[in-house]
Design a protein around this ligand. Sequence first.
Ligand code: NOJ
Length: 744
Amino acid sequence: MRKHIPILTFVFILLLQGFICYAQKKTIDQKVDSVLKMMTLDEKIGQMNQYNGPWGATGPLTNDNNLLSQIKEGKVGSMLNVTGVKRTRELQELAMQSRLKIPLLFGQDVIHGYRTIFPIPLAEAASWDMEAIERSARIAATEASAAGIHWTFAPMVDIARDPRWGRVMEGAGEDPYLGSMIAVARVKGFQGKGFGHTDAVMACAKHFAAYGAAVGGRDYNSVDMSLRQLHEVYLPPFKAAAAAGAASFMNSFNDLNGIPATGNSYLQRDILKKEWGFKGFVVSDWGSVGEMIPHGYAKDNYEAAILAANAGSDMDMESRSYIKNLAQAVKEGKVKIAVIDEAVRRLLKKKFEMGLFDDPYRFCNEEREKQQWDNQAHLHAELDIAKRSVVLLKNEQNVLPIKRSDQTIALIGPFVKAKSDNLGFWSYDWPDDSLRVVSLWEGMQKKASKGTKLLYAKGCNIIDTSSSGFEEAVEAANKADVVIMSIGEARDMSGEAKSRSNIHLPGVQEELVKAVAATGKPIIVLISAGRPLVFNTVAEKAKAILYTWWLGTKAGDAMTDILFGDYNPSGKLPMSFPITEGQIPVYYNHFNTGRPAKDDNDRFYRSAYTDLSLYPAYPFGFGLSYTHFSYSGITLNKESIKPGETLKASITVTNIGSMEGKETVQLYIRDLVGSVVRPVKELKGFQQVTLKPGESKEIYFAITANDLRFYNDKLLYKYEPGDFKLFIGTNSRDVKEADFKLIK
Ligand code: NOJ
């Protein structure tokens, strides 16, 4: 009997905890209801209204501004682009003069850091390191919340298969599995230990949905796709973000199969709120309610407001359609009061959870803001993830890492001394950026030893067409033992409204590489960019290539550590890199088609181009190391599994080089025959392993029938018995394979 006491006590504590949780939850719901009861219709609609602040904009401004008095009248629920304790406090004080004193929510695009700028999200995705990605979001939240911000419009979880689309820089690339893992890591990072903690900000999964599939990669463009593809490729990261507790979703600018996402109740009501049971709220994208008019879906703002509210868009960002029209729409019975109440409930609930009703100024602590302004630990973490994000694409004759001493190194290119271009799009222009951002030049000067001479020539600018600096660059190269060229895209060449039809290196940078290569000196090229670029000539001329994306505040230190071998690169591409624009879209998880090609000579097959390889320049998952890894064959614990059973696949990875290194071991599966055709490979798992020279490790993957599910033609998420191939390897092309069956 005695033995049972601890168990009973344990059960009792669990029940008690459950009850407390329940009681607390109930209390918030009750509180929401009691506020709701006191609200007039206008005040309710005010909560659904979000304005841009007077200090900056991230979209086209609507001209009407008696903003401050509207806050006092309770006609504004949230503001965006208001940063800093002073400003947020000022506006919150106005909200406290409103009749019901409902606090404002301050939202902001904290996309890859606030004060400390982290690598762009696509770069971080290349780390395949969920802990590091979560840490980066955590730090961003810590800094942003200290500056009065409650809510970030991140993570952007749009799957993107088209590098012409500027917003690829903001997401996690082309793969739904990796994208889902990263979505979860970022939500966890932003929301930290949970609302109620003053360093937690609300996450916002965006843009719901399928924004990344804009036709031709042109921003804001239409999307037309099968529901099966939507569910299988584009929705999983959103579903994962919702399951991880993301407080909010943002809908998207695009129309999906003819219906603008903002007015799309299939997306917002049926899938998100009903099927996934999402308890947070949905904000429109900037002006997207009103944009349903040019879409040709709403006649005017009145109709747009009705369509959006009924479709489940709870808050209107900047279009002013709700504040101007919803009251009338309710009076005319076009929008039921229950729709308004539901939206307001969702919004108030988050304000309660964030503790803003208890203390509307709880994020307005100047002391805390100051402390977070120059946080060295954050810069250190930035450097760490920047290094993890770099991808080594080529390293002929092990030209990298370079010696630290006794040589002359020529640093050539417009990125060598670049500062803010390292920050990339969606980053802040803090006045002291020129001091904080570390350029490659500064990084190298700090680390090169005394016996090393560093030469510099810019060669050309990022964009213009002048080659007047080439001569100086060639001269510098001629004097050097080794040449490092740092080139790429300027910080505003990829991002929102930054789609490009030509994704070659801009300006005359490729010409510069050619001119310098003609000296015969070994060239190492670093490419900083916000998307996969096309750089075939560079790839041919360079002995080594490091893809450095936009690495953030400590970019130059990260690059230097990698060049000197203080960090062994470990990044893997989260997107396939096309050979040229005409190959887009190119992605690894395509279908086999009825005419699959065996190789590039098999010209009649798999819709190949006659003038291009079938394969991308660099496949998804690709990335080299300064060391080399060998893979054994795959061992399976059984040849077939039944639902409920686990297949264990193992493989031994050995470091056969001479340096410690980290490998990301990738698991892919192919379902050979299905009731709908299945991709040639789908990422289903990965593991990172660090090995010393000569060291081996057996890596295990556990696979169950659940990993084999897909959306069938009835949109049911099912597995089907049959034959499967399992692949394990270093990237999506270079893999070992084994066969197994799923039986009933
Ligand atoms: C429009 C962008 O699409 C969205 O991602 C962003 O959060 C808003 N503008 C606010 O800046």
